[in-house]
Design a binder for this molecule. Structure first.
Ligand SMILES: Cc1ncc(COP(=O)(O)O)c(C=O)c1O
Length: 389
């Protein structure tokens, strides 16, 4: 097995060596001032990434824990929740809502299509909901939902808490927690943030924090209770449960890199590389699963041409040192997904496109070698020129 491979799956993504080195620093006491200073700096930088002045939480666990904490703290048994679902991950909120005793109403969109804010509006006019959930980038299809627009509808037509999954967008696409009125924004470390899997990242509004004081029932999770963690997030020398010290070091390093690059530059890089990759896929005459207007800049999913078998395709790609992912749920076996986020650069995209072309050709697809690559190069150049102009 090569140790050097390009991870083009939609998370985990390739981790910068600086971040990896932070993981191997000597583990310090989790309540030492030295660790607290680093944790605090990481939390402050994380607020910048979430674009919030309210509270953020960094908890050992994956993105799913972040989703679960959002629901567990906001929803009480019997509450009605409007869950928008446009793919595999949207359904996580439905299942979690049920576990915490909520009554979900599922607003389901066909896979590949975004949530329609008109439909959210109609649902909110019809009934009262405690919370509305939206998945920003639906990783199963490569659709980016219109979080800002839906947030405006939620605020205008209800008092509901707005809960958003940004596991596959935070740090790669614009997420403005305060401006967009998000009450709980759930994310994870292993995608656009560029840290290995293992951290749940959550931003919580003042409205949510105030609500925690007046809930009728206690939160159905002890480890996942915002109130238990809040003193630690405000002063990391405090103890509730041991934080993952070395993962916090890694997050601290990764967030420094993000701030150094600048959020706007980072969003632009993701956009440009996504456009280049999509241009290549189109040039190869493959069909994208997400409709063009709602394509995410962090992940792209495409259908296979006829007679291309999923595991054969991905195994062949791995011989090029490039790892891509299969599609999920009802699309299993019908397509593949490529993550282009985090530390991704243009060489990664070019290498991936070249490997796709070669692999498809090898497996019998009539691909003209170099066509996808040229399209990606052209797109990249034209977008660079438009930036310079
Ligand atoms: C949009 C989205 N939500 C939730 C999750 C679950 O996150 P995790 O696997 O870190 O628990 C994922 C994972 O890929 C995701 O892409």
């Amino acid at each position: 097995m090569f140790e050097r491979e390009i991870l083009m799956i939609p998370g985990p993504t390739n981790v910068d060596p600086k971040v990896l080195r932070a993981l191997s620093k000597p583990t310090t006491s989790h309540t030492s001032q030295e660790f607290a200073n680093i944790f605090k700096e990481a939390l402050n930088n994380l607020k910048k990434v979430f674009m919030t002045k309210s509270e953020v939480f960094v908890i050992a666990g994956s993105g799913t824990l972040a989703l679960e904490m959002a629901i567990a703290n906001i929803v009480e048994p019997g509450d009605k929740v409007l869950n928008t679902v446009s793919g595999f991950f949207g359904n996580y909120f439905v299942e979690i809502s049920k576990v915490y005793g909520a009554v979900p109403r599922v607003l389901e969109m066909p896979w590949g299509k975004p949530v329609k804010s008109e439909q959210v509006k109609d649902a909110l006019i019809e009934d009262d909901y405690k919370a509305v959930t939206v998945t920003h980038v639906e990783t199963s299809t490569g659709v980016a939902n219109h979080v800002r627009e839906i947030g405006e509808v939620v605020k205008r037509y209800s008092d509901a808490f707005y809960i958003v999954d940004t596991v596959c967008s935070l740090g790669g696409m614009e997420v403005r927690v305060d401006e967009w009125g998000i009450d709980a924004c759930a994310s994870g470390s292993q995608k656009c943030i560029g840290v290995p899997p293992g951290l749940a990242l959550i931003a919580v509004s003042q409205k949510t924090l105030e609500y925690l004081e007046k809930r009728k029932t206690s939160v159905g999770s002890w480890y996942g209770s915002f109130k238990n963690w809040l003193p630690v997030m405000r002063d990391p020398t405090k103890y509730f449960a041991t934080p993952p010290v070395n993962m916090v070091y890694a997050l601290h390093e990764a967030l420094k890199l993000i701030i150094e690059e600048g959020l706007e530059n980072r969003f632009r890089r993701h956009y440009v590389l996504a456009e280049a990759f999509r241009a290549a896929v189109n040039a190869l005459n493959l069909n994208l699963i997400a409709e063009k207007e709602s394509a995410a800049n962090t992940v792209t999913a495409a259908y296979y041409p006829e007679n291309i078998e999923d595991s054969q395709f991905r195994n062949e790609m791995e011989k090029h040192g490039i790892v891509v992912a299969s599609t999920l749920g009802p699309l299993k076996g019908k397509g593949f997904r490529v993550g282009h986020m985090g530390n991704v650069n243009q060489n990664d995209v070019f290498a991936t496109v070249t490997a796709i072309e070669t692999t498809l050709k090898k497996l019998g697809y009539k691909a003209e070698l170099g066509k996808g690559l040229a399209a990606a190069q052209e797109k990249l150049l034209s977008l660079e020129q438009s930036t310079l102009a």
